[in-house]
Design a binder for this molecule. Structure first.
Ligand code: ZN
Length: 211
């Protein structure tokens, strides 16, 4: 069987990832080469500690990314971090619309959220959910613009930026890889309510049962 070529990340003149072109074809190529895996849920230790930095940019990483796209599709997610399929590695994938309805599809390895000046922040208090807190939603204020630096699947440096719902996704997924769920950012009461919603409903995709 022919070896699948790694997808190359297009970069614009300013170094930003071009993640809005050929989204459908790119997402399909990843997930068709991958295997869907069950999703870890709140309480699983892998979600509550910082993941390891990725240092090897080879076939194993490429396969992980394929599996993450496959799993994201099965669970109907717009973003997925590696620890959400039980893998201790700083990688996330996304397939997410922004507030202009533009679809963004890509992968970030070893992401770091760029600290932006507090004065430039506009907070957006839309609803947020997480595949690892199945069926629950809560309003959470986050900046409506975000920038992330990191690497692509080949180890090249990349920058990703987004607005609106996609900005929320970039922040949410980076948080995962440092051991934080969005419910960790809620008030005690809202967190409790989210966990109650999760307890009362059944996820629509396979999850890893906690011990
Ligand atoms: Zn999540």
């Amino acid at each position: 069987m022919a070896q699948q070529e790694n997808q190359v990340t297009p970069i614009d003149d300013e170094g930003w990832v071009v993640d809005t072109e050929d989204c459908e074809a790119r997402e399909l190529a990843y997930r068709e080469a991958g295997t869907s895996r069950p999703i870890t849920v709140v309480g699983n230790p892998v979600l509550h500690r910082e993941c390891k930095d990725v240092t090897e940019f080879g076939e194993e990483l490429a396969q992980l990314i394929n599996d993450m796209f496959a799993s994201q599709k099965t669970a109907e997610g717009v973003g997925l971090a590696a620890n959400q399929i039980g893998v201790d590695a700083k990688v996330f994938v996304y397939d997410c619309p922004d507030d202009d309805g533009v679809r963004h599809t890509g992968v970030v390895v070893n992401p770091k959220l760029v600290e932006l000046p507090a004065g430039s922040r506009v907070l957006d208090d839309s609803n947020e959910g997480c595949l690892s807190v199945p069926t629950a939603y809560a309003s959470l204020a986050r900046p409506d613009y975000a920038e992330v630096t990191g690497q692509d699947a080949q180890g090249n440096p990349i920058k990703v930026r987004g607005t609106g719902y996609f900005a929320r996704c970039l922040q949410h997924e980076t948080d995962h890889l440092y051991g934080y769920l969005y419910i960790d950012r809620l008030s005690k009461r809202d967190r409790k309510d989210a966990l109650r919603q999760m307890a009362e409903n059944t996820p629509r995709y396979p999850v890893v049962a906690n011990d």
